[in-house]
Design a binder for this molecule. Sequence first.
Ligand code: PHE
Ligand code: FE
Length: 281
Amino acid sequence: MAGQTDHALRGNYEGMRADYTVDQNWSAYSAAEHDLWKRLYARQSVLVPKYACDEFIDILGRLNFGAGIPRFDGINAKLYPATRWTLVAVPGLLPDDVFFEHLANRRFPVTVWLRTPEEFDYIVEPDIFHDFFGHVPLLFNPVFADYLEAYGKGGVKAKGLNALDYLARLYWYTVEFGLIRTNKGLRTYGAGILSSGGELPYCIESDKPHRIRFDLLRVMQSNYKIDTFQETYFVIDSFRELFDATAPDFTPYYQTLRTRPDIAANGLIAADELIASAGAH
Ligand code: PHE
Ligand code: FE
């Protein structure tokens, strides 16, 4: 996930570089941490074939990083040739402008620390498992990779226009919690879901949340919850659709949004096109 929190950040921010990067220091991970990684990976990887989009499934299978905490260098040797992205190690959450600057230059920040065993099911801040398992596979997809770079550039611009709250919602409802329609039915490409044992089945099977056809302004108008499963998911048809819908200059969109009230995380409006869940037939 991205963005700032209002509580003290958990990672060790001492000794980092000016761009907030650090060395991964892979040899410092303990055997217990590698084992916890293996258990987290095992839980998610059995759910993925049923609930993740094919792009994610295919790359996860090829990367095969379930045996222990991966080395960023090893992944970069495959990632850079594939899409010209690079993973950089960071202590934890980053200031918005630092985060955008990395994305705009095709660098994906990955937190170095792993959650504790007590946080197996639930964690408040993004750790290495969320950042890596959830985000890294789709960096191998050329269209998604371009979308993330464009998002980073859009972030720098939105900051100047005082529109970060709007743009952050787009990240939340796509990169973190997005759903996609496929020929196998509804699937997810969102990292916040893909790294969650509970929300991965929930987002597809439950009939509680709203699933609404993606609409850019609708998304940026919508509040979201950070401490429960999502009450609304937005559904795209393809990464190309997402890329194309977000290509125009957002400056007039932000002006329009300022004239409209926010929509609650569980709200619906007349224009919403609802999409049935896997459970409802
Ligand atoms: N086109 C957007 C703008 O002009 C930038 C952007 C691209 C934002 C992709 C989000 C995702 O601000
Ligand atoms: Fe994330």
